[in-house]
Design a protein around this ligand. Structure first.
Ligand SMILES: [Fe+2]
Length: 285
């Protein structure tokens, strides 16, 4: 199990909410408060305008505000996922056409074999010749982006994040059809969202509303409290001190051949196909 040191969780001051936009180390944000009607209730959101920060941004380089950290075990990732350099493309775990009703085989073939392979190759290329960074685990790299040399930080953030996000994403798809949350995760969802349907409605709203390319994640903090967090590009919950539980890739490469501009249909079908046993294992990892 890997102990990771988080960087600050970026949420609006004084908000009591389990939904937020997030950014990882090296980002700054200007906070705006938005109101969103979800399931008849109004949930306060932390909207963000993200921009690149300089490496000397001390406010982004400290640990989380409560000094806590989360544990996460990469063993829950797709079979063959690497924890250290050199990184290898993990197995998809099912045939390209196994979830045809949700995502077509051609998309799965390209997504896994080209995009995920691309992140893998570029991550390895970035670390090639840098023995010091090669010796660090992927979780250490992603949770300590601010500690990396300038020469590799952006590449690790983008390609390391892409490598990890996709390695966690494939096992969250259930070729045999969606299941139900189990154990501690089931209880936490009921406590924080009222029901699985309540979670689903909030998560879908966040995933559909994410501007541009990125991910929506159900994550857990060091106390096990859940929150739904949106990330631009290939940023990961780990980089903001959160444990990834259930994520959806809303880059167009994940769905465009089948859905074109209908991201909402893709999100809804994904939620019908969640491998909640995997999500429950992630929560417990
Ligand atoms: Fe992707």
């Amino acid at each position: 199990m890997n102990k990771i040191r988080p960087v600050p969780r970026h949420h609006a001051d004084g908000l009591d909410t389990n939904t937020t936009d997030a950014s990882s180390a090296g980002l700054t944000r200007r906070k705006t408060l938005l109101g969103l009607a979800v399931g008849g209730a109004t949930v306060a959101l932390s909207g963000s305008l993200l921009g690149c920060a300089t490496p000397s941004d001390e406010s982004e380089a400290s640990s989380s505000e409560d000094g806590s950290s989360v544990d996460f075990d990469l063993a829950v990732a797709a079979p063959g996922a690497s924890s250290v350099y050199p990184f290898a493309l993990p197995a998809l775990g099912f045939a390209h056409d196994a979830i045809e009703a949700v995502v077509d085989a051609r998309t799965m073939e390209i997504h896994h074999g080209k995009h995920h392979q691309g992140y893998t190759n570029k991550l390895n290329a970035a670390l090639e010749g840098n023995a010091e960074v090669q010796g660090k685990s992927l979780l250490t790299l992603l949770s300590g982006l601010q500690d990396l040399p300038d020469s590799v930080r952006t590449a690790v953030r983008n390609n390391g994040g892409g490598y990890l996000n996709h390695s966690l994403f494939w096992p969250l798809l259930a070729p045999g059809g969606g299941t139900s949350p189990e154990g501690g995760l089931a209880a936490a969802i009921d406590e924080q969202f009222g029901s699985v349907d309540g979670f689903r409605e909030t998560f879908a709203t966040q995933a559909k509303g994410l501007f541009g390319s990125g991910w929506a994640w159900l994550s857990a903090d060091s106390t096990g409290a859940l929150q739904i967090t949106r990330y631009a590009n290939q940023d990961t919950p780990l980089s903001s001190g959160l444990k990834p539980v259930l994520g959806i890739d809303v880059w167009e490469h994940a769905y465009y051949l089948k859905y074109q501009n209908r991201r909402g249909d893709y999100v809804n079908n994904f939620l019908d196909t969640v491998n909640w046993s995997q999500a429950s294992a992630n929560f417990a990892a």
